[in-house]
Design a protein around this ligand. Sequence first.
Ligand SMILES: Nc1ncnc2c1ncn2[C@@H]1O[C@H](COP(=O)(O)OP(=O)(O)O)[C@@H](O)[C@H]1O
Ligand SMILES: [Mg+2]
Length: 373
Amino acid sequence: MNPFRPSFGSSPPEFAGRHELINEFVLALDEGPGSPGRATLYVGPRGSGKTVLLNQIEDTAREHGWWVISENATPGLVQRLATDHLPALLADNDPQARTTKVKSLSAPLGMGGASWETTEAHPRQLSVRSQLGAAADLMAERGNGVLITVDEIHGGRADELRELAMAVQHSFREQRQVAFVAAGLPAAVNERLLRDQLITFLRRAERYVLGPLEPYEVAEALQRPIEASGRSITPEALDAAVQLSEGYPFLVQLVGYHLWRQHPDTPTITISEVKAARPAIIRRVGTLVHEPSLSEISDVDRAFLRAMAVDDGPSRISDIAERLGVDSNYATKYRSRLLAAELIIAPARGYIDFELPYMRTYLRTRSRDLDTP
Ligand SMILES: Nc1ncnc2c1ncn2[C@@H]1O[C@H](COP(=O)(O)OP(=O)(O)O)[C@@H](O)[C@H]1O
Ligand SMILES: [Mg+2]
């Protein structure tokens, strides 16, 4: 069976790298309330491994005995915390949460006529803030705490995030055992959330950008699952596969998946499979990553990127301005927007390049189609 998982949010067969990030988180748990890592934000483009990293962080917290509440910033986040997650935590961990008392005795004992009433010690309408406090106190009795993770934070409603941020911040001030870890797309996080003065909390969070994996990490992420599933890969093929992935986690899975499926019944994956799979891999990353990323930006931004795709490597901003027939102020404005959107990087002064692997190729082959809706 193909061991690779080229789909968003699916745990990879071998989780590569990111060890420092996990170590930092463990340190934040050990250091106690007040440790800066108790509010952490991971940002990175689509497919950089944010969701999978959050899952690892959650597992790590559970191994440390922490209670984990795993959420996504879709509308209703605060409501779900207040009426679902936190009451469940309280009911599961508090021996006094459900007190049962005799309401009335309407018949002599032994006749089965007693009726019972269950009262919730933690009624559902309580605020996130008060319930989080109570939850953290309960967990603290055992030396543990409460971790809340929020994925896709860029899509969250500002009012809800503000309310949650205030609850978490309040717990921090009261020295409670609470940690908060969120993940999102960098541009949206920058523009929407960090500019919102009320969400100062997120601005102060420890912030990590999920960059490419190291080549040796990619090699392990490819080789180990192949061998665990009973096949092997030649060193030459492995090298080529590592290069093809450019360290981008989604591509690691996509490359592994396409290499495996060519001749699943042969014992060894060779360089010829890497060569044969290459076009399909690049096409697929185009459909799953580049196309959605490009559909979110304006026509002018896309024209700018297409003008960049003419170059084989980093582009000079002055060349782009010339190709587009615009002045350099105008070009600089679009440069800033695309940098904020994490579609381009600035490798050197006056130069820009694509952030995501194979976007250049995608724009070259698909530039005509992009003009026609
Ligand atoms: N550290 C990693 N090692 C190996 N594969 C990874 C790693 N992180 C993510 N992946 C794979 O990359 C793909 C995208 O991961 P995901 O967490 O969904 O990205 P994001 O949430 O940033 O869009 C998934 O197929 C996942 O299995
Ligand atoms: Mg994700």
